[in-house]
Design a protein around this ligand. Structure first.
Ligand code: GAL
Length: 833
C-alpha cells in the first residue's frame, strides 16, 4: 500500500463507495431507495406467458414511453415445472429472456415469485401434480407444501442470481414478492395461517437476494418484508411500520372477463385520480395491474370460466396496441408526477381543507414546492384559491402543480388523444374440411371402470378439459313409460363446469355453469329404447380455480347423483352402477391439431362439411396477410371449443356464451367497481381470438378448430386490428403537458389539440371538427348548439398528409368566437390510413 500514490488510494475508496451505492436497494418511510436515491416508481404488470417473446420488446418500449420505471410480473410455476423436477423455461416461459428485455430497455423489474399467483391463471399457478403429493394442503403450515414452495422459490432465486439479475448484481430486479394476498386467507384459517405467513417471509428473506421482499395484503408481514396494498384505491393504506414505504402493488386497470360476463372498462380519469390521490397521500410506488393483460393461450386460464382474452382494459390492449386515451392520459400524469418527484421524496405534505370535499396537499422544502389540489365531489366542479391563483377543478379530480403555481395536469381533463380500433376481415372465406368425432360409449373392454362416479381432475390430471362418463341403461319391455309415450327424466348432478349428455350417440342436451356457479344439473326427458341404451356424459372443465380457501380440494366432474325418474320402479339411481371412463377426445389422442396427426382420420368437405353438429373438428390452411397489424379470428358463428394454429393453442373459444349484466352510461366520477362501466352485454363475452404473428409462416398455416356445440365455420374470418380513427377533445384554457414551455412561461391559456397516427400511417381525412360545444365521443361526435363554421379549416391545413399534427384551441384560429362568454372546446376526429 505504501508504494501506491495517495490519489490512487482515494480513487479506489471512491470507486468502492460508488459500487456500494450503485448496487443497493433499500427503503425508508418515504420510498424505495435505489442507488442511494429515494424514488417515486411507476410500475406496470406484463405477464410474460400472456404474450410472445416477439411481442416483449415492443410492449416494454411502450411501457417506457408511457413513463413507467418498473415492469412487474408473476412467476408461473405450473408453466415452469409441468412435472416434478422437469423444468421448462423456453419460448413464452423464458423468464430470463423477458427480464433481460426489461433490462435492455433500462427499466427495473418487480418479480412476484408467489409461487401462488392467483392471476386468473389455471390453479393459481400451482402445478396440478402438487395436489397429489401425499399429505399436502396448500398455503398453510403444511410440511410437504412448504418443502415444495421453498424448492421452487429457491430455484427461481438461484436462477436470477446465476444470471446476475438482481439490482445488487447489476441487474434490473429491485424487489421480489413472496406469497400473494395471503392476509385474508390467514384471517379465515387462523393459527396455521399465521405460522405459514411468518415461515414464508423468513424463508424468502433467508434466500438473500439483496433486494427487498414485499407481501401484498399481508398486514402482519414481519420485518424487513414490506406489506403493500392492492385494489382500485389505496390512498388510505398505511404499511405496518412507520419506516416502511407506502406501496400499491395492484392498481386494477379494469377487471378480467369471464365467459358469460360483460367486459369491464375503467375510465382513464378515475385511474389517474386514484394514482394522484395515492401519491399526494405519500404513496411512492404504484403498479398498474395490468399494463398489458394479453391472452390466456392454451388452457392457462383459471377461474373456472375465465375468458381467453385477458385484456383487462390495460394501458395496452390485448394485442399490444395503445389503449387510448388511457395510455396517453396516464403518460401525462406520470410526467406531472415526475416533475414533483424532488419535493415528493423530500418531505411529508401539509394538508388543508379549503371547503367541503376539497383537499390541498403541499410538499414544500427550501428549494422545491409541489401541490395537489383535490375536489372529491362526484357532481360539482369547484374553484379553489391557492397561493395567488384560482384553480378550476372538475368533479372527482386532482390538479397537479409541480411548482405550486402552474397547473400542468388535471386527472379529469384528458389531453391525450383517444383512438378507435376496428377489426377488418382480411381473408376470402376459408376452405374448411370437417371430421365428426363419434361420442364415446361404454364397451366390454374399457380399461377404466368403476362402480362409482369419479372426480374429474383426479382422473385427467388436467391433461385435457374432457372426461367421458359412460354407462348402460337397460330398459325392460314392460316399462310403463313406453305405453304412456312419456319419456323418463334423466337427472345428472355435476360439480362442473360444462356437460353434454349423449344417449345412443345423439346429443340430448348441454348445460354449463359460470364463475360464481360452477356446479350444474342436467334434468330433462330423454329418449330411451327397449333394451340397452348407451348413456355418455362428456364432462368439461373450463380452467381450474385460482383463488379461494383450499381451492385445491374443489371438485369438478359428474359426482352424482345420476338418476332416472319415471320408470316402473320409480327412480333408478345410476350413480353406483358400472361406469367406464375415457380421458380426452379422440381427436386429442390423434393430435388432429397437427399436420402429421390430421392424416389419421377421414375429412370431408363441400356439401358433406359438418355444420351445427357437436364434436366436430375443422381444418383449413391460410396465408399470412401482409403488414404488421395484429391478427385475430372472428369466431362469431361458433359455440365452444378450442383453436390451434400450426399446432399451438390460441386458447378456448366460447362465443356461444352471451354476456349477462348491465351496460349503461358510465361516468368517470365516483367510486369505481368492476360492474360500473361494462361493455358487450347481450353479445358474446369474447368474439375475437388473438393469433400472434410470430406463430405464422408466410403461407400454409394450419388452422384447426374443435367445436363442441356445433357451429357454422363459414362464419369464421381472419381479421386484422387497426386504428380506425384518432380523436382529440380539448377545452379552452386546458393545460396540456405537451407544451413544456407553458410551464415555464405560465402561458396556459392557449392549449393545443394533438393528433397522431400509428407508425407508418398518415392522417388522410378530418372526419369531424367542431370548435364550440360539440357533443358525443370519439366515433360519434356531432355538432352542438355552438359551432364555428370554419372549424375544419385549421385541422385540414395542419393535419392532412401528416403522421402527427396540432391545432391551437383559440377563437381566432376558427374565424372568431361562435358563442362569446361560453367555455368552448375543440373536438376532432381524423382517419389514419
Ligand atoms: C388480485 C390478485 C391478482 C388477480 C386480481 C384479480 O387479488 O392478487 O393475482 O387475481 O386479484 O384480477
Amino acid at each position: 500500500m505504501e508504494n501506491l500514490p495517495k490519489g490512487f488510494f482515494y480513487t479506489l475508496l471512491l470507486f468502492l463507495w460508488v459500487c456500494a451505492v450503485t448496487a443497493s436497494v433499500t427503503y425508508d418511510h418515504k420510498a424505495i431507495i435505489v442507488n442511494g436515491q429515494r424514488r417515486i416508481l411507476i410500475s406496470g404488470s406484463i405477464h410474460y406467458p400472456r404474450s410472445t417473446p416477439e411481442m416483449w420488446p415492443d410492449l416494454i418500449q411502450k411501457a417506457k414511453d408511457g413513463g413507467l420505471d418498473v415492469i412487474q410480473t408473476y412467476v408461473f410455476w405450473n408453466g415452469h415445472e409441468p412435472s416434478p423436477g422437469k423444468y421448462y423455461f423456453e419460448d413464452r416461459y423464458d423468464l430470463v429472456k423477458f427480464i433481460k428485455v426489461v433490462q435492455q430497455a433500462g427499466l427495473y423489474l418487480h418479480l412476484r415469485i408467489g409461487p401462488f399467483v392467483c392471476a386468473e391463471w389455471n390453479f393459481g399457478g400451482f402445478p396440478v401434480w402438487l395436489k397429489y403429493v401425499p399429505g399436502i394442503a396448500f398455503r398453510t403450515d403444511n410440511e410437504p407444501f412448504k418443502a415444495a414452495m421453498r424448492n421452487f422459490t429457491e430455484k427461481i432465486v438461484n436462477m436470477m442470481k446465476a444470471e446476475k439479475l438482481f439490482q445488487t448484481q447489476g441487474g434490473p430486479i429491485i424487489m421480489s414478492q413472496i406469497e400473494n394476498e395471503f392476509g385474508p386467507v390467514e384471517w379465515e384459517i387462523g393459527a396455521p395461517g399465521k405460522a405459514y405467513a411468518q415461515w414464508a417471509a423468513q424463508m424468502a428473506v433467508g434466500l438473500d437476494t439483496g433486494v427487498p421482499w414485499i407481501m401484498c395484503k399481508q398486514e402482519d408481514a414481519p420485518d424487513p418484508v414490506i406489506n403493500t396494498c392492492n385494489g382500485y384505491y389505496c390512498e388510505n393504506f398505511t404499511p405496518n411500520k412507520e419506516y416502511k414505504p407506502k406501496m400499491w402493488t395492484e392498481n386494477w386497470s379494469g377487471w378480467y372477463t369471464e365467459f358469460g360476463g360483460a367486459v369491464p372498462r375503467r375510465p382513464a380519469e378515475d385511474m389517474a385520480f386514484s394514482v394522484a390521490r395515492f401519491v399526494q397521500n405519500g404513496g411512492s410506488f404504484v403498479n398498474y395491474y395490468m399494463f398489458h393483460g394479453g391472452t390466456n393461450f392454451d388452457r392457462t386460464s383459471g377461474g373456472p370460466f375465465i375468458a381467453t382474452s385477458y385484456d383487462y382494459d390495460g394501458l395496452l390492449d390485448e394485442y399490444g396496441l395503445l389503449n387510448e386515451p388511457k395510455w396517453g392520459h396516464l403518460r401525462d400524469l406520470h410526467k406531472a408526477i415526475k416533475l414533483c418527484e424532488p419535493a415528493l421524496v423530500s418531505v411529508d405534505p401539509t394538508v388543508t381543507w379549503p371547503g367541503q370535499n376539497l383537499e390541498v396537499h403541499v410538499f414544500k422544502t427550501s428549494g422545491t414546492c409541489a401541490a395537489f389540489l383535490g375536489n372529491y365531489d362526484t357532481k360539482s366542479s369547484a374553484k379553489v384559491s391557492f397561493g395567488n391563483g384560482k384553480y378550476d377543478l372538475p368533479p372527482w379530480s386532482i390538479s397537479i402543480l409541480p411548482d405550486c403555481k402552474t397547473e400542468v395536469f388535471n386527472t379529469a381533463r384528458v389531453g391525450a388523444q383517444s383512438s378507435l380500433q376496428k377489426m377488418t376481415a382480411v381473408n376470402t372465406a376459408f376452405d374448411w374440411q370437417s371430421y365428426n368425432e363419434e361420442p364415446a360409449s361404454s364397451s366390454e373392454d374399457d380399461p377404466l371402470t368403476a362402480y362409482a362416479l369419479w372426480e374429474q381432475v383426479n382422473i385427467t390430471r388436467d391433461s385435457t378439459d374432457y372426461l367421458w362418463y359412460m354407462t348402460d341403461v337397460n330398459i325392460d319391455t314392460n316399462e310403463g313409460f313406453i305405453k304412456r309415450g312419456q319419456s323418463p327424466v334423466l337427472t345428472v348432478m355435476s360439480a362442473g363446469h360444462a356437460l353434454h349428455v349423449f344417449i345412443n350417440g345423439q346429443l340430448s342436451g348441454t348445460v354449463y355453469g359460470g364463475l360464481e356457479f360452477p356446479k350444474l344439473t342436467f334434468s330433462d326427458r330423454v329418449k330411451l329404447r327397449i333394451g340397452n341404451n348407451k348413456l355418455s356424459l362428456l364432462s368439461i372443465a373450463v380452467g381450474l380455480p385460482n383463488v379461494g380457501i383450499h381451492f385445491e380440494t374443489w371438485n369438478a366432474g359428474v359426482l352424482g347423483p345420476v338418476t332416472l325418474n319415471g320408470l316402473n320402479e320409480g327412480t333408478r339411481d345410476l350413480s353406483k352402477q358400472k361406469w367406464s371412463y375415457k380421458i380426452g377426445l379422440r381427436g386429442e389422442a390423434l393430435n388432429l391439431n397437427t399436420v402429421s396427426g390430421s392424416s389419421s382420420v377421414e375429412w370431408v368437405e363441400g356439401s358433406l362439411l359438418a355444420k351445427k353438429q357437436p364434436l366436430t373438428w375443422y381444418k383449413t390452411t391460410f396465408s399470412t396477410p401482409a403488414g404488421n397489424d395484429p391478427l385475430a379470428l372472428d369466431m362469431i358463428s361458433m359455440g365452444k371449443g378450442q383453436v390451434w394454429i400450426n399446432g399451438k393453442s390460441i386458447g378456448r373459444h366460447w362465443p356461444g356464451y352471451i354476456a349477462r349484466g348491465g351496460c349503461g352510461e358510465c361516468s368517470y366520477a365516483g367510486t369505481y367497481t368492476e360492474k360500473k362501466c361494462q361493455t358487450n352485454c347481450r353479445e358474446p363475452s369474447q368474439r375475437w381470438y388473438h393469433i400472434p404473428r410470430s406463430w405464422l409462416n408466410p403461407s400454409g398455416n394450419y388452422l384447426v378448430v374443435f367445436e363442441e356445440w356445433g357451429g357454422d365455420p363459414s362464419g369464421i374470418s381472419l381479421v386484422k386490428r387497426t386504428t380506425a380513427s384518432v380523436c382529440s377533445d380539448i377545452y379552452e384554457g386546458q393545460p396540456t403537458l405537451k407544451n413544456r414551455q407553458m410551464l415555464a412561461s405560465g402561458k396556459i391559456n392557449r392549449p393545443k389539440a394533438h393528433l397522431w397516427c400509428p407508425p407508418g400511417l398518415k392522417i388522410s381525412q378530418i372526419k369531424f371538427a367542431s370548435y364550440g360545444l360539440p357533443l358525443g365521443t370519439c366515433g360519434n361526435y356531432r355538432e352542438g348548439s355552438c359551432h364555428a363554421h370554419r372549424s375544419y379549416d385549421a385541422p385540414e391545413k395542419n393535419c392532412i398528409g401528416k403522421q402527427s399534427c396540432s391545432v391551437t384551441v383559440a377563437a381566432e384560429v376558427f374565424g372568431g368566437d361562435p358563442c362569446p362568454g361560453t367555455a368552448k372546446k375543440l373536438s376532432l376526429e381524423a382517419l389514419c390510413s
